[in-house]
Design a protein around this ligand. Structure first.
Ligand SMILES: [Zn+2]
Length: 131
């Protein structure tokens, strides 16, 4: 499976520093509500005071789609399972599934985050595997 490149800039640096350490960082307000990394304010109470905090990395499968590609070099067809997962902390997350055949995907599948790099020097990107 391959993952796409993810660019580093001022908006993504803290998140990508976390993925480099093997942490999935989310935003959390003082009241304990979790929001996705790009949130400008809490998705529950609208507080703008958000801190970075590592999520557990566990999730369950909500929905998915399978993309297929046929290489022109005669090698076998490949597929990729793109998914929406619900993190244990609550936010939903667009991702790719690793080590999941399309016929193995079921709603509620228990997943664990893993981090993959498209190639050496690329940023670590979160993907999810069965747990
Ligand atoms: Zn909140």
């Amino acid at each position: 499976m391959t993952v796409g490149p993810l660019g580093r800039d001022d908006e993504t640096a803290t998140f990508l520093d976390g993925t480099a350490r093997g942490e999935l960082l989310l935003r959390r307000c003082r009241d304990g509500h979790w929001s996705e990394p790009a949130a400008m304010c809490c998705s529950t109470c609208c507080s703008a005071e958000l801190a970075w905090e590592a999520a557990s990395g566990t999730a369950s499968l909500v929905s998915w789609a399978v993309t297929h590609s046929r290489p022109t070099d005669g090698t076998a067809d490949t597929h990729r399972v793109l998914a929406v997962v619900e993190l244990a902390e609550g936010p939903w997350w667009w991702t790719s599934l690793a080590d999941v055949a399309p016929e193995e995907a079921v709603i509620g599948l228990h997943l664990q985050v893993a981090f993959e790099r498209a190639s050496d020097g690329d940023e670590a990107v979160p993907v999810f595997r069965p747990r």
